[in-house]
Design a protein around this ligand. Structure first.
Ligand code: ADP
Length: 506
């Protein structure tokens, strides 16, 4: 069912679809769904209810070997890597249309897997994923080699060629969209792909791979291996026939990816490893209610399980109290826990009970550090059967506290007052992370100075979380070394080949 029709479904309709679901949790290798070589599975649980959604193939070395071998064989055959650019473009256009045509299926799978509100899938994740395949489809014939300026006795040109088999290791917070960001540029550049979904959210990636075949993509070019990080992710990242790993996840595992590359074949590694995003609200902000609205959405949207969640609210001390009051007043009604399958729900469950526990522990840590809970701080009443956490705001936070330094990955914001723009920049940059930042000011000079001085890969001025596929997405510092979306990303999935031709003699 397409996006338009899916948007008219009621909670009852979504539940009926969930009841009727026959989930596919096997690997997808060589164009078909297959069990793990050793037949093992793991349980995939709905975090909003605790109910079993599917038994999913638990991949290991042998499954990764099969998937990589299939990818490499089809890469070398040229069936995709040497297909005429226009043909590949047409397949990715058809693919994008098919994703849109299966919007309801994708929405259901991600909601059941990780507990996010279905409305978020329909308004954000799915349109963005469709756009991603369109964008990289369109980019295919824009990649060009170069003829360089050499002396008369030589012709020298540079070819841009695909890398080979690309491993994509993705997280669970936007299961479909994160897969799209990694897979689309890799495929568009002519590579084969082995995708390892997060174990918490495996299902939509299987459907994604199947639709590639329906769109006309050759079997074996896009493979999926399900399973745990250490069992399926590590063999992929350590594989000597994998030319690149595209990773999104934690700093700890991002660093591990670089180690794996060094321990194996020096494969390229691009990482996106989250953040501790500051939103800086200057005293001269022109529309404080707009800033508050974006601050609320920026930390509570997607349950705060967002790499660029605006978790540090740096507010000019003169307006900090007013800001916090407006923030709590708005957030109480804007983000209310509910059934993720109800289109009216704005706050779903955390991805699982471990994540819920982790976030609640951070809330205790914040209390212990002396920060004040201005709202939330526990499990929403009536929702203790699922992995829910209340939207929580701490005030009186300083940047040395753990709640200001560590990525919580939950709906927990911290108001940190500052006195001068210089101090705001110093606090913003006092972090191992540098993914994104928001700046709210009525002064154009302040806006540009802060945008220049803040160490982050993405800056929003008088807005937050805006963007499209043209926007490079990635971090400074330990937020990672790659750039998703954008033209740079497809180029990063190619390598240069220098061809020198001696033309001195007739
Ligand atoms: P999070 O803490 O948000 O779950 P992780 O960094 O642990 O983030 O996981 C992101 C992705 O990396 C997931 O697909 C996960 O399975 C995978 N992963 C986790 N540990 C490893 C590992 N040791 N080797 C390879 N992949 C891993």
């Amino acid at each position: 069912m397409n996006l338009t029709d899916a948007r008219s479904l009621s909670a009852k309709d979504w539940h009926a679809r969930a009841e009727a679901l026959v989930p596919e949790g096997r690997h997808f290798i060589d164009g078909v769904f297959v069990d793990s070589s050793d037949g093992r599975t793991f349980d995939d649980v709905n975090p909003a209810t605790g109910a079993l959604v599917a038994r999913v193939a638990r991949g290991g070395q042998a499954d990764v070997d099969r998937a990589v071998a299939s990818g490499l064989e089809h890469f070398r055959s040229g069936v995709w890597s040497r297909m005429a650019p226009r043909e590949r473009m047409n397949i990715l256009y058809r693919y994008a249309e098919l994703l849109e045509a299966h919007a309801a299926e994708f929405a259901l799978l991600d909601v059941l897997d990780m507990g996010k509100p279905v409305q978020d899938m329909l308004s954000a994740d799915i349109p963005a994923s469709v756009e991603c395949f369109q964008y990289f489809g369109e980019a295919i014939d824009k990649i060009e080699g170069t003829v360089t300026n050499t002396a008369d006795d030589a012709l020298h040109y540079i070819l841009r060629q695909p890398l080979g088999v690309v491993g994509c290791i993705v997280p669970w917070n936007y299961p479909l969209m994160m897969a799209a960001w990694k897979v689309a540029p890799a495929l568009a550049a002519g590579n084969s792909v082995v995708l390892k979904p997060a174990e918490q959210s495996p299902l939509s990636c299987g459907l994604l791979a199947r639709l590639f075949i329906e769109a006309g993509g050759p079997p074996g070019v896009f493979n999926v291996v399900q399973g745990y990080g250490e069992e399926a992710g590590a063999p992929l990242a350590l594989h000597n026939d994998v030319a690149k790993i595209g990773f999104t996840g934690s700093v700890e595992i991002g660093k591990q990816m670089l180690i794996y590359a060094g321990q194996s074949n020096m494969k390229r590694v691009t990482t996106e490893c989250g953040g501790k995003t500051p939103q800086i609200i200057m005293g001269d902000v022109e529309d404080i209610d707009r800033a508050v609205q974006y601050a609320v959405n920026g930390i509570f949207g997607n349950q705060g399980e967002v790499c660029n969640a605006g978790s540090r609210l740096l507010v000019d001390r003169r307006i900090a109290e007013d800001f916090s009051q407006r923030f709590t007043a708005l957030a109480q009604t804007a983000f209310v826990a509910g059934d993720p399958l109800d289109p009216a729900t704005t706050l779903g469950a955390m991805v699982n009970t471990e994540q819920q526990k982790r976030v609640l522990e951070y809330i205790d840590i914040g209390r212990g550090e002396g920060a004040e809970v201005a709202m939330g701080g526990g499990v929403p009443s009536g929702w203790d059967h699922g992995a829910y956490v209340e939207p929580t705001l701490f005030t009186g936070v300083n940047n040395d506290m753990r709640i200001a330094r560590e990525e919580i990955f939950g709906p927990v914001g911290a108001v940190i007052p500052f006195d001068t723009p210089e101090e705001a920049v110093q606090i913003a940059n006092d972090s191992i992370y540098g993914l994104a930042a928001g700046i709210w000011t009525g002064n154009v000079g302040t806006a540009h100075r802060l945008a220049r001085d803040i160490e982050a890969g993405v800056i929003w001025v008088n807005c937050f979380d805006h963007g499209d596929m043209t926007q490079p997405w990635g971090g400074y510092k330990q937020s990672g070394n790659g750039r998703d979306k954008c033209f740079e990303s497809i180029v990063a999935h190619t390598q240069s080949k220098s061809v020198w031709v001696d033309i001195a003699q007739y």
